[in-house]
Design a protein around this ligand. Sequence first.
Ligand code: FEO
Ligand code: CA
Ligand code: CA
Length: 710
Amino acid sequence: MSAEIENHDNHNLSRNTPFSTILDRRMSRRRVMQGGLGVAAATLFAGFGLPGAVRAATAAASGQSLSLGFESIPGSMTDAVVVPPGYRAQVLIPWGTPLTTDGTAWSPDLSLTPELQARATGMHHDGMYHFPLDPEQASSDFLLVVNHEYIDQSALWAPSNGATNPKQGARPADEVRTEINAHGVSVVRIRRDADGHWAPVTGDRHNRRFTSATSMELAGPVRGSEMVMTAWSPDGTRVRGTNNNCACGHTPWGTYLTCEENWPEVFTNSGERTADQKRLGMPTGRGRYGWETAEQGQEGEFSRFDNTPRGASAREDYRNEARAFGYVVEIDPYDSDSRAYKRTALGRFRHEGCWPGRVVEGEPLAFYTGHDARNEYIYKFVSKKRWDARDANRPGEHYDRQSIGASYLDEGTLHVARFNEDGSGDWLALTPESEIPGGGPNGERTLGEVFGDQAGIIINTCDAADLLGATPMDRPEWGTVDPGSGDVYMSLTNNSDRTAQDTEPTFTDGAAGLGALGAGFDTAPVNAANPRPDNNFGQVMRWRETDRANRFEWEVFLFGAPAGAGNEINRSGLTEANEFASPDGLWFDERGENGEGILWIETDNGIDKGRDNAVAQATNDQVLAIVPGALARGDTRQTGQQLRRFAVGPNACEVTGIFATPDRTALFINIQHPGNWPASDDATQVTKGQVRPRAATVVIQKEDGGPVGV
Ligand code: FEO
Ligand code: CA
Ligand code: CA
């Protein structure tokens, strides 16, 4: 309850914004400017010259707090997107939108083929980011890069009344190829016309698809390791495809990071699973879509999804195929000939996304990541190389961004988080030299003695983290960083395997403890950072690095809950106007000279294909907003009072993926797995009858063209 939370005010990180803090922020902003952060800084400042942003800039200049300029909208359960009065919402690049001029226009009875799907946007839009071609046009013409997390077979195969042999028997090769091509990432140039309408630039030379079959490079510690050698990549340097790309990230040098989340289930091993296969949950029966059952594939095209050892060695089968998945993958959207690189140094698990920390000239770069599974961990990668402003993005230019990426993302130190009860936290380094408190499963003293080299630690990231005593969290989802203060926010979406205080934890497959390789927490009792048992509603964390190396200070920022729940559950005092559950997407939207910003929160709670709790019975998934800068630290009840509901999605969807144009006049979100939507180009139009549902990006703008949210 709130009294307990208020005790966290010993963090001494007041958000009352004393002058010294404002000064610090201005200094750090100036450092960023001098450092030429490029797009981020340049576009941010470009925005203040535009009429729509005048109000925010004026507020900042007068020292006033930024404030939200809309009232909380009611919950909604319709087949439509709902936005506040004075706003409109447009559907953009829904699934099946042709990217090339030789594609086929969408129609409700379109039968997708592997070729058509490879030239069109994929299904289930998720994380996304924007990359300007010309900084002067950054708010009206840019490359949109969007993840396609997974597929809905009933919508994909609607014209033939469903997939062939979805649960048993061999899948037809071309159906599998189509499904594989509906996953991955799209790069598409989009443009706004004079009327404020957005459209893809069909046939633009930047437009391209990465799918779960595209050839990619392994980079970092795992590249060339025996552990990733396969019949198709006998030297362990390449792999086909990226899969279940959930959230995203971006780099100061102008590349996109796409993150592989729920990939273990597309593979199978019907024999004895390895420790990493057990730890990450690879099935022993049929894979999620039975891709491994298709016949007549080329070069193990389908059989690679079956990781059962069948050859005399790893180079003669696909036992190691899945070890090339579970990474952060770097894409250069500006160069349509560039390859994608799996940056293995950032760890291997069910990566939700990857968020860059504060960028400071001459300092190492930090990237925060989380493992989205119950009782899994939060990680931070710190580059060995220090930030050199000469590496900053030069929008639209062609040069070797992947070499710059290699210099920051292939060498560095991966850490896992321990959240201490007193509000402090420790980043524990995952290196061969790292000592294991209490020793390894066979009395080993260091991670190197257990896992061999760094590649072994990376392949078994979660088991290595277990041994160091990381804190099991309530399903880490998105993070975001306040670029001024460096504060990191992260959603912990929910956790049905969080048990009451003083209960004993249980471990995967009935293992006796964490020491057993391949065994993680199955259930874990509450701890200070994850304080509610059977956590149906989730919370948003906040932490800040301290001057002491590898030490941070944390608090719970906001608790999700139904309005009608008691104080033990509804710890942020939410009402019908802002109740939410299962926070997922986050974005810190920096506005104003004093470093303030709006924290946008998206939810994945959902009654139809998600959880059936009191919030799901009151409203569809939604977008909420809060200005965290003016809030006292550690007061989650005050936070709850300031939170407002901004938008609500259509029935059965989740709302995910978020950014705004640099001038903040257009907010982009994704509507994933809607049940019966969209009805038309107008996202707010309620569907009449039944449509073939399509995930889509939605652009929310003010009728008067001003900045969104204020
Ligand atoms: Fe794909 Fe954890 O959301
Ligand atoms: Ca373990
Ligand atoms: Ca998510």
